[in-house]
Ligand binder design. Structure first.
Ligand code: GCU
Length: 374
């Protein structure tokens, strides 16, 4: 069964004109951009712009003495304007006081309510254990995705869609959906990191849980400035292979969340096998940079086996670029992380969630592969 599933997947190393991709140059010059384009056209849609010309970073606050003196906090507003109005993405950063500058950083795309990632540290949650991130020598950065685009289907009127979409013209079927908007927002945080001398912008990992994990993957796939991309329990439309997937299907996700993907994606409901891509190809776009995929054993809706399969099937691209992928072809036991290759993977015992266990494994992997470079 698993072999049949694998055989039915599109080949990341076969270009659409039939060219077999055999060198890193062919990958970078031909196939990588072709795959990005396929995901834009058929899955997440196309952002109408990169960095807005008039975008500004406003330092709202900077203070020391956080986390018993171990961190400073910065609050930065990313302010933007477009034909449909203006908007602000508020970015929070806790930077370890003692660490050598510039500091490698984890950026959390927060998809939950404020108390899960409290910038005032009144409520502490496993979802964003900023104290522990700082303790391990990383800066902990976070924004909430509702600042970029509220998570509701409103015909793309609010958030950055309303600000930047061309006015008074019909929306094309490959216009960006809400996941695409959120991923774009994470790239704007990277624009800020590039200006902050405390932050090592060449050592940033973008992290997301579930819908945030789908977003982190699409962000890391497109924006090669991120050194590491982390998907936690991202499932359907994230790390999980769509063909033959258990739990949530394209039909389910496009029905419950009609605003997440582009309109074209809906035409693949119940016809996953017609898609010119599958999610292992999204993962392969992160190569040769670091990728981490995490699953949870009871998360049958996301389907851990399909998430792991995508890691295995992204392997040929990593190997073409001279690196090991996930380094195994059978799924590891729960709580037995695979960290030796450039794709890290674990399946945590338990439910759909982002926990301290997950964060510490991301940091173990980053210590081994990212910090080691510094
Ligand atoms: C729903 C949705 C998933 C998504 C999850 C989440 O369960 O079906 O695709 O990942 O919400 O974001 O928590």
């Amino acid at each position: 069964m698993e072999n049949n599933r694998r055989a039915a997947l599109p080949d990341p190393l076969l270009a659409s004109d039939g060219t077999r991709i055999q060198t890193p140059e062919q990958w970078a010059g031909i196939r990588r951009s072709e795959i990005v384009e396929l995901f834009r056209k058929h899955v997440y849609g196309r952002a109408p712009l990169d960095r807005p010309e008039n975008m500004k970073f406003v330092a709202v606050e900077e203070s020391t003495g956080w986390m018993e003196g171990k961190a400073m906090r910065k609050t930065v507003d990313i302010v933007m304007e477009g034909p449909g109005g203006s908007g602000v993405i508020r970015l929070y950063l806790f930077v370890p006081t003692e660490a050598r500058r510039p500091v490698p950083t984890f950026l959390l795309i927060c998809n939950r309510r404020a108390e899960n990632a409290d910038p005032d540290r009144q409520v502490l949650s496993q979802f964003w254990p900023a104290e522990q991130i700082v303790e391990r020598g990383y800066a902990a950065a976070m924004f909430n995705l509702k600042d970029v685009d509220p998570d509701k289907y409103d015909g793309f009127k609010d958030g950055v869609h309303g600000i930047f979409d061309p006015q008074d013209v019909p929306r094309p079927p490959d216009a960006w959906g809400t996941l695409g908007a959120w991923a774009w927002g994470a790239s704007r945080a990277m624009d800020y990191f590039e200006t902050d001398p405390d932050i090592d912008h060449t050592g940033v990992g973008v992290v997301g849980q579930s819908r945030g994990g789908k977003t982190a993957l699409w962000c890391g796939a497109q924006d090669e400035r991120f050194a590491m991309t982390v998907s936690n329990d991202s499932g359907c439309g994230g790390a999980a292979i769509s063909r033959g997937k258990q739990g949530e299907t394209l039909q389910n996700i496009n029905t419950s969340f009609p605003h997440w993907f582009c309109e074209n994606f809906k035409s693949y409901n119940g016809r996953e096998e017609e898609l010119p891509v599958d999610q292992h190809m999204l993962l392969s776009l992160v190569a040769p940079r670091l990728l981490y995929v995490a699953s949870a054993s009871e998360d049958t809706w996301a389907d851990p086996a399909s998430e792991f399969l995508a890691c295995v099937e992204a392997g040929p691209v990593y190997r073409l670029l001279g690196l090991e992928g996930v380094g195994a072809s059978t799924m590891p036991e729960p709580d037995s992380p695979l960290h030796q290759g450039s794709i890290g993977y674990h399946v945590r015992t338990g439910k759909h969630n982002l926990t301290e266990y997950d964060w510490h494994r991301f940091m173990d992997f980053a210590d081994r592969h990212m910090k080691a470079r510094a």
